[in-house]
Design a protein around this ligand. Structure first.
Ligand SMILES: NC(=O)c1ccc[n+]([C@@H]2O[C@H](COP(=O)([O-])OP(=O)(O)OC[C@H]3O[C@@H](n4cnc5c(N)ncnc54)[C@H](OP(=O)(O)O)[C@@H]3O)[C@@H](O)[C@H]2O)c1
Length: 319
């Protein structure tokens, strides 16, 4: 496992981050704990969650993923200080009009709830999950800075921010001497490139922002189990993937991954991860895994180095 600095900070994170959106959804608590144990055994020190995971499941309230992680931490199978926990705020966590967004009011409530569920007294990386156009950036950044100064949060990041808004946020932090966003979490994979590469990537390089892309396997599409002529695999996400990626472009990318993977004795999923990590802007790829087998397969992709010609061939196929 390789460890990279998160942007310009001194924080070292594994270049594979375990995403936990599936905890409380397609992975139950016992499985989730096994997957986290195995991730640590494989060298991952970085875990990504959000307060809203997995609120969308019938019967859930929100916070299920954080609760599962908190219970795992409480069992002390790992030392808290050896693990980097990233969580997020922004999504709706209750029916009240104030129970969502990036207002000072909601951030202050949400951080206490996340700390309680995670059974910890600090969050390593606190991220704004997506843009809230109804709250001034100054208000959000001041609230986040207060949390950093109070020791409840160590670093701050954002997710799903366009480049112009991240630039404006950096400027506000700079002129007001507030904590700044040191990472961004964009959607990025061979089947979803432009949103990150066009404007965010050069900004992150220029401003030394850590980049921790989510869905590097296209939610499972870039594993080869979605085929042109067979039934959809059994996955809670299969219908969404069919609508987004099951087209000729998507299948041509999967075919190219299979071809290039052969030279490395790598699977399609491993080659897809190797491509994301071959981007020098990327700090850590946030993967999802429902089983130990999925986790082990994907993590080993981080050990594969694609040649410039192989990377260029994948770039061309996915352009
Ligand atoms: N900031 C945001 O807005 C945002 C949005 C989405 C995700 N995220 C974060 O990013 C994390 C990862 O996202 P993601 O789950 O979409 O990532 P992903 O790595 O692209 O997809 C993971 C899914 O692919 C399937 N899979 C994984 N490894 C496999 C293998 N070796 N063979 C076959 N299938 C495999 C599994 O789903 P099945 O078993 O169901 O097929 C797994 O849940 C999330 O947990 C979350 O932390 C953030």
């Amino acid at each position: 496992m390789q460890y990279n600095r998160l942007g310009r900070t001194g924080l070292k994170v594994s270049n594979i981050c375990l995403g936990t959106m599936q905890f409380g959804w397609s992975a139950d608590e016992a499985t989730a704990h096994e997957v986290m144990d195995e991730a640590v055994a494989l060298g991952c020190n970085f875990f990504d969650t959000a307060d809203v995971y997995s609120r969308w499941v019938a019967g859930n309230q929100g916070g299920e993923s954080e609760t599962i992680i908190g219970n795992w931490l409480a069992q002390k199978r790992v030392r808290r200080q050896d693990i980097i926990i990233a969580t997020k705020v922004r999504g709706r966590m209750g029916d009240a009009v104030t129970n969502q967004g990036l207002s000072r009011h909601h951030i202050m409530d949400a951080v206490e709830a996340s700390l309680r569920r995670l059974q910890t007294d600090y969050i390593d990386l606190y991220q704004t999950h997506s843009v809230d156009h109804d709250t001034p950036l100054e208000e959000t950044l001041q609230a986040l800075d207060d949390l950093v100064r109070a020791g409840k949060v160590r670093y701050i990041g954002c997710s799903n921010y366009p480049a112009w808004l991240l630039t404006k946020s950096l400027w506000i932090s700079d002129v007001r001497h507030l904590a700044r966003y040191d990472s961004v979490q964009p959607h990025y994979s061979l089947v979803h490139r432009a949103e990150f590469e066009r404007e965010l990537q050069p900004l992150c390089q220029d401003q030394q922002i850590g980049v921790i892309p989510y869905s590097p396997l296209g939610g499972g599409f870039l594993t080869g189990k979605y085929r042109r002529d067979s039934d959809l695999p059994a996955s809670d996400r299969a219908n969404g993937i069919r609508q987004r990626y099951m087209n000729e472009r998507g299948f041509a990318i999967v075919d190219k991954l299979a071809e290039i993977g052969q030279a490395h004795e790598a699977t399609i999923a491993q080659t897809a991860i190797a491509w994301v990590l071959a981007n020098p802007s990327v700090t850590s790829a946030i993967i999802g895994a429902n089983t130990l087998a999925q986790l082990r397969e994907t993590v080993h992709g981080a050990a594969i180095t694609l040649s410039p010609a192989e990377k260029a061939a994948l770039d061309e196929e996915s352009n």
